[in-house]
Write a protein that binds this ligand. Structure first.
Ligand code: ADP
Ligand code: MG
Length: 330
């Protein structure tokens, strides 16, 4: 079983950034409004994620670290319309099989907290431990027991860079969540929470500026258009702020950061048809649609999606941006 988890870890856990992603997504699935992220040595030495979500009951801790145990799907029907970020039930067992791992939590209904430690996949006993409502996951010494994988880790700076890049995506996707990040014991980033997503709290200019810089903010054009059950909203930078690379191209589909060639192509095409040839547009765009029209179960790391009607979506994105950009041309 440890071996199976380690093999699965090869797919789910590429580097510290993938661990941070899986754990923070779990915190968000648990309804957290605040997530603290403590890192040491680019996350290789330590990743500690603490949330104020619903927590895990003492009797559920062992289940949470066992393979294909997810509390998020009850039937195949759910798998079709999956709206939560995690759903495969393999992140925790995979991560715990290649690290020194501790899961501490107190469920909203429980008076006391508990901890379960897993050392390189060997699961210990559930023990009492005081903990506020919510969950803390600690991952120490990633890949300590899989030297072949450890060898592929890069310098502290590089690994930290990957984590920060993912945190930027998160900060853009979830303005409602407060995020605090420390590295080697020093505060490194902090984003305040900005109300509830359900109230329609969109990303504020403040958070855009904090995340992508004020120059992006000054040059960005707001977009918001809905038709045929599709909505596209966000910002696209005008040509004064075009980029030499694709480093500031953020696309979120139903809140999930993804790379999609077809949508990226539609944006680039609209941009170059209206305004500019060459170089790359910078953008933060949110596409929202019925979850049943998009398959997120394409790759375990979940960077990609498959649209049921890709052509329609391509054209919708193209036309929306073409119109918005054309309006600024005069
Ligand atoms: P998945 O997210 O695909 O369900 P994971 O292995 O990431 O699988 O997590 C397993 C289970 O552990 C989750 O379904 C959830 O019930 C529980 N869990 C993990 N992290 C948290 C958390 N931060 N807060 C509450 N429950 C959690
Ligand atoms: Mg998960």
């Amino acid at each position: 079983d440890i071996l199976i988890n380690q093999i699965a870890a090869g797919e789910v856990v590429e580097r510290p950034a993938s661990v941070v992603k899986e754990l923070v997504e779990n915190a968000l699935d648990a309804g957290a409004s605040r997530v603290d992220i403590d890192l040491e040595e680019g996350g290789v030495r330590l990743i500690r994620i603490r949330d104020n979500g619903g927590g895990i009951g003492a009797d559920q801790l062992a289940l949470a670290v066992s393979r294909h145990a997810t509390s998020k799907i009850a039937s195949l029907d759910d798998l079709e319309g999956v709206a939560t970020l995690g759903f495969r039930g393999e992140a925790l067992p995979s991560i715990a099989s290649v690290s020194r791992f501790a899961l501490s939590s107190r469920h909203a209904d429980n008076e006391h907290g508990h901890v379960l430690e897993v050392d390189g996949g060997r699961v210990g006993e559930v023990m009492p431990k005081s903990h506020p409502q919510g969950t803390t996951v600690e991952v120490r010494d990633l890949f300590f027991n899989t030297p072949a994988r450890r060898k592929f880790l890069r310098a502290e700076r590089t690994e930290l860079g990957h984590i920060e890049e993912w945190l930027r995506q998160l900060a853009l996707a979830r303005p409602d969540v407060e995020l605090r990040v420390t590295h080697n014991g020093k505060p490194s980033r902090r984003w305040k929470g900005e109300g509830s997503l359900l109230d329609g709290a969109a990303l504020s200019d403040t958070r855009i500026n904090e995340t992508l810089g004020e120059e992006f903010g000054r040059n960005a054009l707001r977009v918001d258009h809905a038709a045929a059950g599709l909505r596209l909203h966000g910002w696209i930078a005008q040509p004064a702020y075009n980029r030499a690379s694709t480093d500031q191209q953020y696309l979120f589909v139903n809140g999930r950061a993804v790379r999609d060639r077809s949508v990226a192509h539609a944006v680039k095409q609209a941009y170059s048809d209206v305004l500019f040839h060459g170089r790359h547009p910078a953008y933060v765009l949110f596409l929202e649609l019925d979850p049943r029209r998009v398959d997120v179960n394409v790759h375990p790391a979940k960077h990609e999606v498959r649209f049921r009607d890709a052509r329609l979506i391509h054209d919708f994105v193209y036309r929306t941006l073409h119109e918005a950009l054309a309006g600024t041309r005069a």
